[in-house]
Design a protein around this ligand. Structure first.
Ligand SMILES: [Zn+2]
Length: 433
């Protein structure tokens, strides 16, 4: 199965030049691991992970550390008005747009040392290798650490001009609003327009990230070439029954909203499982009203979430669920209503040519790889709206993430960074033209 994928890809690759003299350059696993551990000191929690939420003192200390590493890698460092940390190296040809790569260093509360961090440390490793070897690139490069990724892709959303006023008023885990937080880290929330990039401003964007799932680890594959970030849709489902005394109402005279909800939850799981494809559907929240042990539920409100890479597929899953809900509601005399909630997260496919370049580079390096979707959100999904975007996944041990038990080996991190370097060199050499 995996072999087949690799072969098909190899047959469709476009030939492109890799600088022969740079072909042996590889990331340093020991240096990367030492830096991941050093970064992990900022916001270290007792479980051995980090609680480095955006805009906290730990985040600011981590940002300082990242800026120091960027300068050591020969980059010119600045903070844009959205608070994104950007290290830039000029290219040899005037007027070319930069190749941008990076990720984020903020974490969820009680997070791990690898989510985001591997992408930033890996991007700096690439810049440092380019610097140390004196590799001449035609394009400028920009290494980026995005602001407050875990709080809603704040930095990248600002970069594409889509950070709303409402999003800026959200109170982040730091206790500060996003607006105040951006100011606190050296940005200017009143001049976000200056952080904005338009289509054509960036040559390409690449994000190296841990998988946060168990597929690569279980299948013992080095690299995931990300096909895209799945879209997310949410609904509130309301089941209307009739509240009545749980002791005096016989079983054959009930309109029990909870029983209908239970049948619907099973149906949703069955529909998402039986349909061919990788779509997922989840009922993650449920509430019964009035909500007492001795009252038959008169109303149940529950959530429905559907994710997939393909918007048509997401609609298909919903249509099947809605049809089944109609049948179940009728049969139990308890009407079911759906109301969609706007989470504004359409599927974000990565650039097809970028996938080919990444896959060809992996093949060159002798790394095993497979195509896969990302079930989690990333800054790359925003960047995909303004520039050809690619993502490289490296394995997460046991698929654990957003936990102190998150782990990626030094070798896997270095594989990802070497592949990132090779991809950047290929793009600079004209692989996307
Ligand atoms: Zn992340």
């Amino acid at each position: 199965m995996i072999r087949t994928t690799t072969t098909i890809l190899a047959l469709t690759l476009l030939p492109f030049a890799v600088y022969a003299q740079d072909a042996d350059i590889a990331a340093d696993p020991a240096r990367m691991e030492a830096r991941i551990n050093a970064l992990g000191e900022f916001g270290r929690n007792p479980e051995g992970g980090v609680s480095r939420v955006a805009f906290s003192d730990a985040d600011i200390a981590g940002r300082q550390y990242i800026m120091t590493l960027m300068r050591q890698a020969g980059l010119e460092v600045r903070v844009d008005t959205a608070g994104n940390v950007i290290g830039r190296r000029e290219g040899s040809e005037d007027g070319l747009p930069p190749i941008m790569f990076g990720s984020h260093i903020d974490s969820v509360p009680g997070g791990g040392n690898y989510d985001g961090d591997v992408g930033v440390i890996g991007a700096i490793e690439v810049a440092q290798l380019i610097h140390e070897r004196g590799i001449a690139l035609r394009h400028p490069i920009e290494v980026i650490s995005f602001t407050d990724e875990e709080g809603g892709l704040v930095g990248s959303r600002a970069m594409i001009g889509k950070l709303s006023d409402a999003a800026m008023d959200v109170v982040s885990h730091s206790g500060m609003t996003v607006r105040d937080g951006i100011r606190h880290v050296g940005g200017d929330p009143d001049r976000l327009d200056l952080a904005e990039r338009k289509p054509g401003d960036i040559k390409a964007f690449i994000e190296l990230h841990i998988e946060q799932g168990a597929i690569l680890d279980e299948e013992e594959i080095d690299i995931g070439v990300v096909e895209g970030i799945v879209g997310i849709r949410w609904w509130d489902i309301t089941v209307e029954g009739f509240a009545n005394h749980a002791g005096t109402t016989p079983m054959n005279r009930r309109w029990d909203a909870m029983v209908t909800a239970a049948e619907l939850a099973l149906a949703i799981n069955r529909i998402a499982t039986e349909l061919p494809g990788r779509q997922v559907a989840t009922v993650g929240k449920i509430q019964a009203f009035p909500g007492a042990p001795n009252v038959i539920p008169g109303e149940v409100v529950m959530s429905l979430e559907i994710r997939d890479l393909d918007a048509t597929k997401m609609q298909q899953v919903f249509d099947l669920v809605a049809a089944e809900a109609g049948r179940i509601g009728d049969s139990r005399n308890t009407p079911i209503r759906f109301q969609e909630i706007d989470v504004a997260s359409p599927p974000a496919p990565t650039d097809e040519q970028m996938r080919r370049v990444i896959a060809a580079s992996a093949e060159d390096l002798g790394l095993s790889f497979r195509l896969m979707p990302s079930g989690a959100g990333h800054d790359a999904q925003d960047m995909a709206m303004i520039t050809p975007t690619g993502m490289i996944f490296v394995p997460s041990r046991d698929g654990i993430s957003h936990s102190p038990r998150e782990f990626t080996s030094a070798e896997d991190m270095a594989n990802g960074a070497t592949l990132l370097l090779r991809t950047v060199l290929s793009i600079d050499g004209g692989a996307l033209e």
